[in-house]
Ligand binder design. Structure first.
Ligand code: KIV
Ligand code: ZN
Length: 386
């Protein structure tokens, strides 16, 4: 059976860049955009053009250099935002305007001090106006996660009538449970009139650590685009991590959902984004963290040395990591020590290993992690290796 294609919409340079303390200049953004294009993302959200002259310049520069992906600019449902985005995107081979408005009670009553009918009209007008600049218009219903489904369906219908090609259903506050978010997508798929003219998109935030799970539930229930960022960076607890959703779909082929991503570039992209933004990636971060393929306890090390798959569900090479790391600590066993010793040139007999291991343990108790230089020292000062 042929697989359903899931479009990857990367928003590292827009939602990701909203991380406090992080600012990228145009040159850095262009470098990242080129790599995202090579990675195989379907859409690059390059910025929010009306927000500043710098962001306008970046969206314009990215529009000029991206060869394959659609280049997208964010707007509010405000005519001037849309006009400026149209201008910034005019050189893009495949331009997209991403416009929208808040649809939850809290947005309607407090942010807009408006009412439900007025919001529907504004949504319609924004999409219609954006269509006068580009063919491809994505509509977002901000805070859709906390918007009542019946009303959300009416907003989506208006956006489709105005010509939206993609309907973004953001869980802006990262509130939904995976079952709720999946049910929301299913409801829209089954109840929005004209839904066959547009695709549904998942845009999940990570406030409860559920962004990846919610996005996956979204595509299982019929969404065909995931909005995400490299390393999951973004407002507050961040956005859905690109590397996570891509690898979930790859490692679960029976879901019949596929992306165009060249996964071997994931680790390199993660490093590039983290270095350019000055945002450190936590060591235990799934897929790209420093410890994602590192084994330090004796039982695990023994298993991995005998067969990598015992404790690894992903071949590290598939995500651009050269090899699994066997980290030597006081929790390591003889198998790990023999393995690392062999890598630096020592074939130890069983007797030699027993002797060296005793030295190793007292050394490792003093020093947290034992490196290759330490291994030379431990072995050369052991009794039986003379
Ligand atoms: O989280 C959100 O709702 C957004 C929209 C502006 C798309 O980022
Ligand atoms: Zn967002």
């Amino acid at each position: 059976m042929s697989k359903n294609k899931i479009q990857i919409f990367d928003t590292t340079l827009r939602d990701g860049e909203q991380v406090p303390g992080c600012k990228l200049n145009t040159e850095q953004k262009v470098i990242i955009a080129k790599q995202l294009d090579k990675l195989g993302v379907d859409v690059i959200e390059a910025g929010f053009p009306v927000s500043s002259p710098g962001d306008f310049k970046s969206v314009e520069a990215i529009s000029k250099i991206v060869k394959n992906a659609t280049v997208c600019g964010l707007t509010r449902s405000v005519e001037n935002d849309i006009k400026v985005a149209g201008e910034a995107l005019k050189h893009a081979v495949k331009p997209r305007i991403h416009t929208g408005i808040g649809t939850s009670d809290s947005h309607i009553n407090h942010k807009f001090k408006s009412n439900k009918e007025d919001i529907i009209q504004r949504a319609f007008a924004a999409v219609k106006y954006a269509k006068s600049f580009v063919e491809d218009v994505e509509f977002y219903a901000e805070d859709a996660g906390r918007t009542d489904n019946e009303y959300l369906a009416r907003v989506c219908e208006a956006a489709i009538k105005a010509g939206a090609t993609v309907l973004n259903i953001p869980d802006t506050t990262g509130y939904c449970l995976p079952s709720e978010y999946g049910a929301k997508i299913k409801y829209l798929k089954e109840n929005v009139k004209g839904i066959e003219k547009a695709i549904l998109s998942c845009h999940c935030h990570n406030d409860l650590g559920l962004a990846t799970a919610n996005s996956i539930e979204g595509v299982i229930n019929g969404a065909r685009q995931i909005e995400c960022t490299i390393n999951g960076i973004g407002e507050r607890a961040g956005n859905t991590a690109l590397e996570e959703v891509v690898m979930v779909l790859k490692q679960h082929p029976y879901l019949n959902l596929d992306t165009n991503i060249n996964t071997q570039m994931l680790y390199g992209l993660s490093q590039l984004v983290s270095d350019s933004m000055g945002i450190y990636t936590q060591p235990n971060k799934a897929i790209v963290g420093a410890n994602a393929f590192a084994h330090s306890s004796g039982i695990h090390q023994d298993g991995v040395i005998k067969n990598r798959a015992t404790y690894e569900i992903i071949d590290p090479k598939d995500v651009g990591v050269t090899e699994s790391a066997i980290v030597l600590t006081a929790r390591s066993g003889r198998a790990a020590l023999a393995y690392r010793a062999k890598n630096v040139g020592y074939e130890l007999t069983k007797l030699q290993l027993d002797d060296v291991y005793a030295n190793f343990l007292s050394f490792a108790d003093r020093k947290k992690e034992v490196n290759d230089n330490d291994i030379h020292q431990i072995i050369e000062t052991s009794n039986v290796y003379q």
